[in-house]
Write a protein that binds this ligand. Sequence first.
Ligand SMILES: Nc1ncnc2c1ncn2[C@@H]1O[C@H](COP(=O)(O)OP(=O)(O)OP(=O)(O)O)[C@@H](O)[C@H]1O
Ligand SMILES: [Mg+2]
Length: 308
Amino acid sequence: MSSIISVRDLTKTYDSGFSALKSVSLDIKEGEVFALLGPNGAGKTTLISTICGLVRPTSGTITVGGHDAIKEFRAARQLIGLVPQEMPTAPFEPVLNTVQFTRGLFGLPANPALIESILKDLTLWDKRDNQIMSLSGGMKRRLLVAKALAHEPKILFLDEPTAGVDVELRHDMWRLVDKLKERGVTIILTTHYIEEAEEMADRVGVINKGEIILVEEKAELMRKLGRKELKLVLQEVLSRIPDNLSGFDLVLCAEGKTLTYTYDTQSERTGITSLLTALSDADIRFHDLQTTQSSLEDIFVDLVKGQQ
Ligand SMILES: Nc1ncnc2c1ncn2[C@@H]1O[C@H](COP(=O)(O)OP(=O)(O)OP(=O)(O)O)[C@@H](O)[C@H]1O
Ligand SMILES: [Mg+2]
C-alpha cells in the first residue's frame, strides 16, 4: 500500500513558545484505519490540525495525496474530511442546510441524494430541519461527521469521535468507520478509548509530549507486548507453592486461594498442559479457571509511563 499522507520532521512551536510537536515523521497508508493514541496535551489535535492546514507548522513537510499541504492547500484539503474535537457553532442553522453548505464550500455541485444518505446513515434525517442548538450532544457529534463527509473525502480525520457519547452511538460510529473503510476511505482517528483502537485500527501510533514514540500494526503490537495470565481458583487454601511447581511462573495470592500463571503468547508451548499435570500430581484441585490477556490499554499505559 502506498502512503496517502506523508509527514516529515514536522515541528510546531506555538506563539506562546510551547513546543507541541517535536520532529514528527509519519506515513499513513492508503485505505488503512490508523489510531493515534496519547494522553491529554500530547499533540494529537495539533498534528491533525497541521495536516489539515488549520495550524501552520514551524518546520517540516506534509504531503496529502501527493499535494504539499501548505503550498497546495486547496488540493490537499479537498481530499480531507475533518471531524473536529470541538463542537460546532452556528446554533441557529438547520441541520440539512449546514451539511449542504459544507459541500458547497468545496466548490462541489449540490447532491441531495448523497446528503440524504449521509444523514440517514447517521440517523439525523428526522432532525434535518432542526436548528443545531436543539440537537443533543451526541447528535451534534454526528452532525460533525455528516459535515466532514459532505464532499466525499478520500481521507477522514476523526478527532475523538466518541468522546462523551453513549454506547450505542459509539458502536454506530464503529460501523460507519467499517463502511467507509470498505469504500476505500483512509481513516485517522484519535481516541482515549483504547478499546476503540483495539476494535477498529489496522495500525496504532502513540504520541507523547509531541513525539511519536511508537507506530505498529495493531495485531503485531498485541502479539509482541501481550502477556497472558491463567488464574486458577483453588478448592483449598494453599500455604506455599509446592516444590514440583517451582519451575513455573506462578504467583500465589496472599490468601492462598488463587494461583496465577503467566505465559508468553508468542511461544509455541504455553506450558499449560504440563502445569495442569503437575498440579494434579501435587494433588492441588481448583474449581474455576480463567485466562486474561493484557490489553492495548496496559501496553499503552506502560509505554507512556516509561517515557516520563
Ligand atoms: N493555540 C495554542 N497555543 C498555545 N498552546 C497550544 C495551542 N493549542 C494547543 N496548545 C498546546 O499544545 C499541546 C498539545 O495540545 P493538543 O490539543 O494537540 O493535545 P491533544 O493530544 O489533542 O490533547 P487532548 O487529548 O486533550 O485533546 C498542549 O500542551 C496545548 O496546551
Ligand atoms: Mg485533542
